[in-house]
Write a protein that binds this ligand. Structure first.
Ligand code: ZN
Ligand code: ZN
Length: 136
């Protein structure tokens, strides 16, 4: 599918022709801080499928695993655009709020539910994990 989006001011644009590997809601405290909202909704894509126009700034965060998590945002308007995790090589996680059309977005999992804000109770069939699910 065709995926397009960008930041609030329009200086950063991205596009991809790819099927998302997964869509997830992340309740971790760092996502809450990083995007200034109650939770993050991420669309995981194969990194080679994504092309980005414009400059992104990167904040080098650490994930729960202690490995690097690169949070990339527009230096002009501050929109959080995407994350890349050392623990997930070859994948890029787009913040769903930056998509031009997010009408198809349907998370299948919620992660780091242990740190979810207490009022958040999302509808849907998502599988819920207290932290990061282990693979397999
Ligand atoms: Zn911008
Ligand atoms: Zn998170």
């Amino acid at each position: 599918m065709k995926i397009e989006g960008g930041c609030l001011c329009g200086k950063v644009r991205y596009s991809a022709e790819a099927d998302p590997a997964f869509v997830a809601v992340c309740h971790c405290k760092n996502c809450q801080k990083g995007i200034g909202s109650a939770f993050a909704t991420i669309v995981a894509l194969p990194a080679p499928a994504l092309s980005v126009q414009g400059d992104l700034k990167t904040y080098n965060d650490r994930g729960d695993s202690g490995r690097s998590l690169y949070r990339r945002f527009c230096p002009e308007c501050g929109s959080s655009i995407m994350d890349e995790a050392e623990a997930m090589p070859g994948m890029v996680m787009i913040l769903s709020g930056t998509l031009d059309d997010a009408s198809w977005v349907k998370p299948t999992l919620e992660i780091f539910c242990d740190s979810a804000q207490p009022w958040v109770n999302l509808q849907g069939e998502q599988r819920r994990f207290p932290k990061m699910p282990t693979r397999g």
